[in-house]
Design a protein around this ligand. Structure first.
Ligand code: NAP
Ligand code: ZN
Length: 337
């Protein structure tokens, strides 16, 4: 009989992570096994623990910024080999045939992608992860494993809208929420030539936000300094916040791009949308095209998250630290089975 897999699971909604064993499905011919070494801790893992979006299945093992080394490949896997260092993120499968998938935009697969940790799927907070080879990405040599992990979700999630909406030099970008996603958004936006303002509730983050590439730092309550200022705002806030006010921070024709995922409806004034032609858009992770491009871009430009490491066995303490907004700026969990 095969040895069970072991990891840290959420056994029921909102409960702390506990050691958990399960029998995996047999290795499919298009699957790989990854011996996991590192995992970024994304705020989404906490939303999933708490079933904030109604897509969690219990028990499940979170973790979707996964780095590790391949230990086994199915017979049909041609593009990866045992020993390869790979990353794994939010998406584990998609139809592969729709117009979006064939262009590498599996994040908007027309039949819906399969999430790594949705509906009871097991992610990276385990010793060995078994998953389809199709969504494993080779990590460029120029990126160390700690730095690579947060790029897989936080990185691609902000890279995609920046690539889409920052399409000329001198675009003025505001980043609201300087956490895991936000501190990478500053770096990517600055790297493509935007003038970046960090907008934060934490005055203590000013110097580091400027080190990441922000020209300006403004606290979120200084609305008079922010009015009529931006062509693009990337909002990464995970809890309730005021989108109506943030629309006033945009210039005419500006775009408010929401990537943070509180469980709230978005309310904005119709006059801003019609008379000032302002847009509210969202963006969901990134497909394989953006992922590969973002990893290369980060390696070449030297874009790295600022990380604090903790052992995976201390994942519950790491979650508490993140919820106290004390992470600077991404906690990376190092496997210690
Ligand atoms: P994080 O590291 O906790 O960062 C969030 C930041 O938002 C905090 O550091 C804080 O920055 C700010 N913030 C927190 N509460 C706030 C409040 N009440 N009002 C204003 N600002 C507040 O979280 P993360 O991992 O970056 O994730 C952020 C959000 O993005 C989560 O909701 C996550 O689920 C979502 N997400 C979405 C996607 C996608 O595809 N769309 C992908 C990944 C994650 P300051 O101290 O600077 O204020
Ligand atoms: Zn994430």
């Amino acid at each position: 009989m095969a040895t069970p897999f072991v990891g840290y699971a959420v056994k029921e909604k909102g409960s702390p992570l506990e050691l958990f064993e399960y029998d995996p499905a047999p290795l499919g011919e298009l699957d790989i096994d990854i011996q996991v070494t590192h995992n970024g801790l994304c705020h989404t893992d906490i939303h999933m623990r708490d079933n904030d979006w109604g897509v969690s299945g219990f028990p499940f093992i979170p973790g979707h910024e996964v780095i590790g080394n391949i230990t086994q490949v199915g017979h049909g896997v041609k593009h990866l080999s045992v020993g390869d260092r790979v990353g794994y993120a939010w998406i584990k499968d998609s139809c592969g045939g729709c117009g979006h998938c064939v262009r590498g935009y599996e994040n908007v697969c027309l039949t819906g992608y399969t999430g790594l940790i949705t509906a009871g799927g097991h992610g990276g907070w385990q010793k060995t992860m078994r998953a389809p080879a199709k969504f494993a990405f080779k990590i460029p040599d120029g990126l160390d494993s700690i730095s690579a992990a947060p790029l897989l979700c936080a990185g691609v999630t902000v890279y995609s809208p920046i690539r889409k909406y920052v399409n000329r030099p001198g675009v003025k970008v505001g980043v609201i929420g300087i956490g895991g996603l936000g501190h990478l958004a500053i770096q990517f936006a600055a790297a493509v030539g935007a003038e970046v303002t960090a907008i934060s509730t934490s005055p203590s983050k000013e110097q580091e936000a400027k080190d990441f590439g922000a020209t300006h730092f403004v606290t979120l309550d200084q609305t008079e300094k922010l009015t009529n200022s931006f062509d693009l705002i990337i909002n990464t806030v995970p809890s309730k916040n005021d989108y109506t006010v943030q629309m006033s921070f945009l210039r005419v024709d500006g775009t408010l791009c929401i990537v943070g995922l509180p469980i709230d409806d978005i309310r904005v004034g119709v006059l801003d949308v019609v008379f000032n032609q302002k847009k509210v858009v969202g963006s969901i992770v990134g497909g394989s095209a953006d992922m590969q491009e973002m990893l290369q871009f980060a390696a070449v430009k030297g874009i790295k998250p600022k990380c604090q490491t903790m052992p995976l066995s201390q994942v519950n303490q790491a979650i508490e630290k993140l919820l106290r907004n004390e992470a600077r700026y991404r906690i990376v969990l190092v496997s210690d089975f």
